[in-house]
Design a protein around this ligand. Structure first.
Ligand SMILES: Nc1nc2c(c(=O)[nH]1)N[C@H]1C(S)=C(S)[C@@H](COP(=O)(O)O)O[C@H]1N2
Ligand SMILES: [Mo]
Length: 405
C-alpha cells in the first residue's frame, strides 16, 4: 500500500523515496519530522568548545550533534555540557583543591587533588558519560527538560583514582549504604542549596570503573567539565558524575539531595499513560542506562553526490553496565537489517565503535536506521517506550535522513 502523503513528502524532500513501499504506516520521514538543527537551539560559542547545539544558556546545556562524535575517544571540545546551576570560579591552584569524605566511615578524610594522586593508584579509562535525559526528545508527548536527541553522551579517557580505594582508606562502616555528592557550583537562584546533589548505591561507588578524575584525554579537565576534580560514574545517569567535587557524604540510607526522589532520575516500574501527571512515588531509580547507538559518519540531513551507491557507515553503541552484542543497520525502513562489525570496549564501561557498509539502489531519500542489542538481548525499539514525566531512558533506534543526488 502506498503510504498517505507520499507525493507530498517527496515534494517536500525534493527527492523520490526508493524504499517508500516499506515506510511503516503512519511514519513521517525523519528529515521532515526532525529538523537538522535542534529546534530552538543556537550554536555554542565558548573557548575550546565546538559549535554544540545550546538547549539552554542559564544553566548552560549544550548537545553534541552525532556527526561530531566520530572520534573513538571524545575530545574535550566535542563533549556535551550539562549544568544545573552556575559555573563556580576557577581556583588559582588546582592541585590544592580539596574534598571531604564523611558520614558512615571510620575515619573522615580531607584530601587535596595532589594528595589523591600521590596516595592512590592512578588509572586511565575510557568511560561513557551519558545524561539520564539523553533521548528525551523522542518521548511523546514531550516530557519536561532539555530535549536531548542522542548527543548527551561522551566517551573520554579519564585519569584519576578509584573512588573505591578512597572509600576503603576512609573505612566504610557496615551501615554505609549510599553516597551523596556535592559540588562547588552555585544554585541559579543565589540560594545556598546545591544546584544538584545526587547519590548512588554503595556497590556502584565501589565499582572499579567509578573514578575521582582530575585529567581528561591526557590534559587537565576543562573547567566547564568539572575541574579540578569530578566524579565519573560511567553507565549510570551523568548526574551522578558530580563536577567541581567538594564532598562525598557516605550515608546509611538513600540520599535525598536535589535530584533525588519523586520523578527525578526515576522511571515507572510498570508503564503509565503517556502524558499522565504523576508524583513518581512508586517509580524506581534509573541506574544502568539503556542500550543506545549513534551514527557518526553521516549527519542527519546530509546530501551525497548523485550516483552514490555505497555508504561506509561508522558510529558507536553502548549499554550502561552491559555491553553491546549486536549492531544492525537498515536502509529500507526496517524491512531488512544488516549486521555491522563492532569492536569490544577498550575497557569496561567504554563505548563500542561500529562500522559497516550498505548499498543503495538509486538516487533519492533514504533513512539509515541503526539499532543495537545489549548483552541481555534487549534491542532498541522503533518508538520510545515507558514514558515518564521527566523523560528518561528513551532509546528508540536511530533514524538519519540522507539525500543522494
Ligand atoms: N556540580 C555539578 N555536577 C554535575 C552537574 C551539575 O549541574 N553540577 N550536572 C550533572 C549532569 S546532569 C550531567 S549529565 C553531567 C554532564 O557532564 P559534562 O557537563 O561534563 O558533560 O554532569 C553532572 N555533574
Ligand atoms: Mo544529566
Amino acid at each position: 500500500m502506498v503510504p498517505t502523503g507520499l507525493a507530498r513528502w517527496q515534494a517536500a524532500l525534493g527527492a523520490s523515496i526508493p524504499f517508500a513501499a516499506h515506510l511503516p504506516e503512519g511514519l513521517v520521514p525523519a528529515l521532515l519530522e526532525r529538523p537538522v538543527a535542534v529546534p530552538g537551539s543556537h550554536p555554542l560559542d565558548w573557548p575550546g568548545k565546538q559549535a554544540l547545539a545550546v538547549h539552554d544558556s542559564a544553566p548552560l546545556c549544550a548537545e553534541t550533534p552525532e556527526a561530531l562524535l566520530d572520534e573513538a575517544v571524545t575530545s574535550a571540545a566535542a563533549m556535551f555540557v550539562r549544568n544545573n546551576g552556575g559555573i563556580p570560579p576557577e581556583p588559582a591552584d588546582p592541585d590544592a583543591w580539596s574534598f571531604t569524605v564523611d558520614g558512615e566511615v571510620q575515619a573522615p578524610l580531607r584530601l587535596t587533588v595532589a594528595e589523591l594522586a600521590a596516595r592512590f593508584r592512578v588509572v586511565t579509562l575510557q568511560l561513557q558519560l551519558e545524561c539520564g535525559g539523553n533521548g528525551r526528545a523522542f518521548h511523546m508527548p514531550a516530557a519536561r527538560g532539555n530535549p536531548w536527541r542522542q548527543g548527551a553522551i561522551s566517551n573520554g579517557a579519564w585519569t584519576g583514582v578509584r573512588l573505591r580505594d578512597v572509600l576503603l582508606a576512609a573505612g566504610l562502616k557496615d551501615s554505609a549504604a549510599y553516597t551523596g555528592h556535592y559540588g562547588a557550583d552555585p544554585h541559579l537562584s543565589g540560594s545556598s542549596q546545591p544546584a544538584i546533589s545526587r547519590g548512588m548505591r554503595i556497590a556502584k561507588a565501589m565499582d572499579e570503573t567509578t573514578l575521582l578524575a582530575f585529567r581528561l584525554n591526557g590534559e587537565p579537565i576543562p573547567h566547564l567539565h568539572g575541574a579540578p576534580l569530578r566524579l565519573v560514574v560511567p553507565g549510570w545517569p551523568g548526574s551522578l558524575s558530580q563536577k567541581w567535587l567538594t564532598r562525598i557524604w557516605v550515608r546509611d540510607r538513600p540520599h535525598d539531595g536535589p535530584g533525588m526522589g519523586g520523578t527525578s532520575y526515576r522511571i515507572p516500574a510498570r508503564p503509565i499513560e503517556p502524558g499522565q501527571a504523576h508524583d513518581g512515588a512508586d517509580f524506581v531509580e534509573l541506574e544502568s542506562m539503556p542500550v543506545r547507538s549513534i551514527l557518526s559518519s553521516h549527519a542527519h540531513g546530509a546530501r551525497l553526490p548523485a550516483g552514490t551507491r555505497t555508504l561506509d557507515l561508522r558510529g558507536a553503541a553502548w549499554a550502561g553496565d552491559l555491553t553491546v552484542r549486536r549492531m544492525e543497520v537498515s536502509r529500507d525502513f526496517g524491512a531488512s537489517w544488516q549486521d555491522m562489525d563492532f569492536a569490544e570496549p577498550a575497557n569496561r564501561h567504554a563505548w563500542q565503535r561500529w562500522t559497516g557498509q550498505v548499498d543503495l539502489p538509486a538516487d533519492g531519500y533514504y533513512e539509515i536506521w541503526y539499532r543495537a542489542t545489549d548483552s541481555e538481548g534487549r534491542t532498541q525499539p522503533l518508538h520510545a517506550t515507558n514514558w515518564n514525566p521527566q523523560g528518561y531512558a528513551a532509546n528508540p533506534l536511530g533514524r538519519s535522513g540522507l539525500l543522494i543526488g
